[in-house]
Design a protein around this ligand. Structure first.
Ligand code: HEC
Length: 113
């Protein structure tokens, strides 16, 4: 009887851990990509490594942008509070702070292999 209880507890733990890891992975990757698309970043950018394409022919690929810039800089840059080579970004980010954090964290994680 005690064995069955331990066994069930074990199964329950595995399921709980799996669910937790899964939802964590989702909020890290998929949601940031959704923000990227809902904020129309893909009108001018592609992220080939994440399967995001753009209709624009000379779109700037952000696949390795995390190797060049850190999250806090990117956060300012997409809000036009920081410049790259004396140039502000074309558009200012219009999403919520939460979306911005999610997006720049994801962008900063895109690094050269
Ligand atoms: C209207 C077109 C346009 C839109 C929309 C746009 N960008 Fe850009 N973005 C550009 C251009 C053009 C550059 C390149 C500037 C340069 O290199 O001189 C750029 C550069 C960048 C860079 C720096 C890349 C590098 O390596 O220098 C980042 C990061 C970036 N954009 C993020 C975003 C994000 C995030 C969004 C969505 C919120 C977005 N952009 C939407 C046009 C756009």
């Amino acid at each position: 009887m005690k064995n069955i209880f331990t066994y069930l507890l074990f199964i329950f733990l595995i399921v709980a851990l799996y669910g937790f890891a899964f939802s964590f992975a989702q909020s890290k990757g998929i949601d940031a990509k959704k923000v990227f698309e809902s904020q129309k970043c893909n009108a001018c950018h592609m992220v080939t490594t994440a399967g995001i394409t753009s209709k624009k022919k000379d779109a700037v690929d952000l696949s390795t942008v995390g190797s060049t810039y850190k999250a806090d800089f990117l956060a300012k840059y997409i809000k036009k509070d920081a410049k790259i080579k004396d140039m502000a970004h074309k558009v200012a980010f219009k999403g919520t702070d939460e979306e911005q954090t999610l997006l720049v964290k994801w962008l900063a994680s895109l690094k050269k292999k």
